[in-house]
Design a protein around this ligand. Sequence first.
Ligand SMILES: *Cc1c(COP(=O)(O)O)cnc(C)c1O
Length: 434
Amino acid sequence: MRGRRRIRDHTVATWLVHGPPRSAKWDFAHHVVPPLSSSTTYRLDSVERGTRGFTDFGALVRDTGEPPVYVYDRLHEPTRGLLEGALAELEGGDACVSFATGMAAISAALGSVLRTGDRLLAHTVLYGCTHSLFTNWYPRQGIEVDRVDLRDPASLARGIDERTRVVYLETPANPNLDLIDLAAIARALAKANTGRPPERKALIVVDNTFATPFCQRPIELGADLVVHSLTKNLGGFGTDMGGAVVGPEANVRDLLLYRKDFGGVLSSKSAWAILVYGVSTLTLRLKRQQYTARKVAAFLEAHPLVERVAYPGLDSFPQADLARRQMLDFDGDFAPGNMIYFVLDEAKVDPVRFGDAIAAESYSVTLAVSLGHAKTLLELPAAMTHSCYEKGALGFERGGVRISIGLESPKDICRDLSRALEASRRRSAARPRA
Ligand SMILES: *Cc1c(COP(=O)(O)O)cnc(C)c1O
């Protein structure tokens, strides 16, 4: 157990329920639940105030205690501002800039740093749309993307040159839960950065969507920027899309400018739902989901139709030592998260039949993409979220299955998985697919 993390003398779990005792962003003295604002534009007392709204806006990085000058929703908005304050605090960054979706946040984090002629170094396994951004769009913009296996930190030195501006990774990676040693990557990058002028230093950008700040805080371990899909674990209920970037003041100005000019703002209604329902229940949900994930992972590991299970909480996990060092909750306890990846024995079960059996017969497990909800969601990455990858490329297999554990009883989840496995074995045996 590492030190217990606190925010202004409160345990994080309590702070997540109550938020800051005071914020200049809104009158907290008389609301129990943060108000939901919904005004695209703001009354200006004078032309001078209107001008100040525009000139000050890039400087509004921290909650200074001074009420910001609100002018127009796409610049600054109070409900969104409250959510951003909470996320910056949780991740331990100077500030947070929210976006309409996780992909809007990723493209802004990278787009605000990269120029034509720059290079980006990324881990081999990434979320499918991030892979698509790197393979379909960046080459058109003259940005080269190199992919290496960052599980070996030594590969960083081999993949980097003076044009590399960003090292990009997910840990745990979507979908196969590869872990990357953030402290080791930060040390290797510090070496590669020596002698570079500050504006040319390469940055580490970490997609922390799978872990959430409950399981891991990458900035504490040396990352520069953290990105999130708020649609997933942080939103928690599957009602709203959102994204966020957390980082140092030096980067936040450009992120705000990027959001203002490219326009991918988070709606205040979504920000409100993510703050009021998602953030305040993060600890509760993740603790329960982890408890269940350990049981489901153990069940799958013992199942004869399952070839291999990747869950950071299993002793058999190939990077179990790293998981125990890096994935720690706010109290310093091991926090392996709510995501499981497993590979079916394809000689005995057809993965498509298994997915169809879940869709047709399972009550507690839903065949659906996305993750981090109250409901357990199961999908086949090779056929769905990661179908943009070349067949057989980059280490996740056709028989791979991703599960996001929800809030159901572990017994019900295991029973539904067991039934679908048995049903699809019989069907595969009776009618082998070509
Ligand atoms: C879903 C996801 C994203 C994209 O988020 P959206 O909100 O769907 O745009 C990015 N990274 C990871 C790891 C994800 O799982």
